[in-house]
Structures are given as structure tokens and as C-alpha cells.
Write a protein of this length. Sequence first.
Length: 242
Amino acid sequence: MSDNVILEVQNVTKRFGGLVAVNDVSFKLHNVEILGLIGSNGAGKTTLFNMIAGAYPPTEGKIIFKGREIQGMRSDNVCHLGIGRTYQICQPFGAMTVRHNVMVGAFSRYKKRSEAAEKANEVLEKVGLYYRADALGSELTLPELKRMEVARALATEPEVLLLDEVIAGLNPTEVDIFVDLIREVKEREKLTIIIIEHVMRAIMNLSDRIVVLNQGIKISEGLPAEVAADPLVIESYLGGGQ
């Protein structure tokens, strides 16, 4: 594996019975870049995330992180190696404070409660949510929930961060603020990021490169401008059709 490649997906396929959710997908993720992953609903994006993060194993293919094969590894072990993730639907522990919600992520690195709390405070400060640290998870607005979700993932101290539709549901002003936040976090932490998003203005603005899935198959990969001009992408995703 090249020194500049931190994660490689090699010919990965995932079948659920007769359904092929991801079909022979390959790509390389370079160190400290943002890779956008786009495609219509049901294209296989979150399934791909789930395989990278260890939620379930690929049926075929390899996932290589820093030179080590991780396909089929348990999700807690993948997290400990340095791959963190958010989830498409924010599911806070509503009866717990924001700080305690983020400490759940920090406990993957820190066993002492005081150390986990310190880490939680640190990442809440970084994502601009420290002022809500003592609020309950159930009291947060949607933009605040999204920030907490990112904070919880950052508390695991990842080298690669998988962001699953963290911008979805936000208004245009909130989208712009969140794009800036992702950029700031990436630069400050020297993070490598894969982001799934349907908000095209955000994904085109954020991504160094983009991979496009359609019905489980990779149909395009390249710079944002190249992908946006690809006739196959326009036909299958950007311009119409499902």
C-alpha cells in the first residue's frame, strides 16, 4: 500500500440473500483528504460504511486500513484501530447529558471516567457545543444533535472518520456552517474523511474527490467537477432517474 493511501477497498461485494447491495466496489482513500460518496437512496452507500466500520463483513473482497486487512473484524476493534463513524439517524441517549453522550465515544480510548469526561469536554469545545454540555440529549435542536454525533465520533480519536449524512435536514445557512465545521475539524485534527451526503452544494464544495454508486456499482470516480460532468452520473443521479 502506498504511503499516501490510508484505506483501500478492494473488490468489495455485499449480498443479503438474493440482493446484491454492494457489487465489486474498489477505491483508495488518501491520507488527510475528504472523499465524497454519493448515489441515490438504496445505492449501497451506508452498506459500504457498515462494512468498513465492522458492522458486518463483506461477502467478498478486502478492506485494508494502514496495510492491515480489517474485513470481518468486530466494530469495536475497527474503532480502536482508528476508524470512527457517525450514523445517518441521530439517536442520542435522551436522558443523559450531552457530555455523557460524548463520553460514550471517549470510553473506547479512556477507561477512567475523569479522562473520558475531559476528552468529551475537549471535543465539545472543538465542535462548538460545549455550551450545551450539561443539557440533556433530548433537549437538543437538530443542528446541535448533528454536532453531538460528530463529537461522539471524534471522541474515539479516529484517523479516518465516516460521516453519514451529517448535513441532511439542515437549512442552507446551517449547511454552510456545518461545511466550515467539517473543514476546520479535518485541518485541525489532520483527519481523513469519507462523507455520504445528498446535499450536492455541500458535497461538491467539501470533497477533494468523489465516488458515485448506483445500485451497488461504482459508476464514477474523480474530482468533483469531473464527476458532475459525467453523463452516466447525470443520467443516473444528478439529472433524473433513480
